[in-house]
Write a protein that binds this ligand. Structure first.
Ligand code: GLN
Length: 313
């Protein structure tokens, strides 16, 4: 990778944190009751190079539930097991143009979930993870995401319980998909695995490492272990470019020029292929459910580190 030299990256990560830490716009997610308790002041920025260099500023070791960011990594695991063609046909790769938890987008597309980064497609993807039972599928998801992070991840029990008690909409989505034959397992069991994957605890540093693993063709730059093959990274990054920030994905690509995935707890992971992963955390969200300070810090880093994938120089 061609990141600037170590001290310069360190200084720019610190600058990204200082520039935006006092931005107070946005609101903490509250449709999952446990998320409403998040501290809106928290802000962390981390860059991990494909050389294994870790550059952190702010609250990069404060844990939060990974939420929708899990979708990117479960998708990579499903692609690895089932292959490009099958996952493309079953889950899709096009932006739905609708909110992440849209039901009408499913209906308008004859029951097709559209893409793996909206809830419908993520639930369909989790249903494709191999395993003889829901427990086995969960074990595979937990082991796979832990490999991406390079450490054993754990469930946030309070978030898992809170979302399980308030996820009628995701259950409805899973049943609707089942009615179209798009989910062949018990829909409640699939949603339970999906809810668990969303409740895994990570910090901004973990996100940067997970992103750096996708940036490095599937090798975790801290553990040196291969998690997925390069072709799976390529497929995942293409899908993230089109869909990672939901209906704002076009704007994000236009402004920032990096495949990325956001989550409603305030994390965003971005991937600069061959160079680095960026993990940011700040719970104050815009109306699409994307972290506001996270977007600002990532835009800044993409610019000053020269990461935009569409830039020729
Ligand atoms: N677990 C959340 C949900 O299913 C994830 C949504 C998100 O992060 N956008 O609603």
């Amino acid at each position: 990778g061609d990141l600037p030299e170590w001290n310069e990256v360190d200084a720019l990560v610190e600058a990204a944190y200082r520039r935006y830490r006092s931005v107070g716009d946005g609101a903490v997610a509250d449709y999952i009751p446990a998320l409403a308790e998040a501290d809106p002041e928290r802000f962390g920025v981390c860059v991990v190079g494909t050389d294994g260099g870790v550059h952190s500023s702010g609250d990069t070791q404060i844990e939060f539930s990974i939420q929708s960011i899990s979708k990117a990594f479960v998708y990579a695991l499903a692609c690895q097991e089932l292959g490009h063609e099958l996952v493309r046909e079953r889950v899709g790769v096009n932006n739905s143009g609708a909110a992440f938890n849209s039901v009408i987008a499913i209906e308008l597309n004859d029951g097709h979930p559209m893409n793996p980064m909206v809830n419908a497609g993520a639930i369909a993807t989790t249903a494709l993870v191999p395993g003889a039972s829901a427990d086995e599928r969960w074990d595979a998801v937990l082991a796979g995401l832990s490999e991406f992070a390079g450490r054993q991840l754990e469930l946030d029990d309070a978030v898992y319980r809170s979302e399980s008690e308030s996820n009628q909409r995701n259950r409805a989505i899973a049943r609707l998909l089942a009615s179209y034959g798009r989910v062949e397992l018990d829909p409640d069991e699939v949603v339970d695995v999906y809810t668990k994957q969303c409740s895994l605890k990570v910090d901004a540093r973990d996100l940067a490492i997970m992103g750096a693993t996708l940036a490095d063709g599937g090798i975790n730059p801290l553990t040196g272990r291969r998690v997925v093959p390069p072709g799976v990274c390529r497929d995942t990054l293409a899908v993230l470019s089109a869909t990672g920030l939901y209906e704002r994905s076009g704007e994000w690509l236009f402004e920032i020029g990096l495949p990325a995935k956001s989550g409603v707890s305030g994390g965003i992971v971005s991937i600069a292929p061959g160079k680095c992963g960026i993990g940011v955390f700040s719970p104050l969200l815009d109306s699409a459910g994307n972290s506001i300070r996270g977007q600002l810090a990532t835009a800044y880093l993409s610019r000053v580190l020269g990461l935009n994938i569409f830039a020729s120089a």
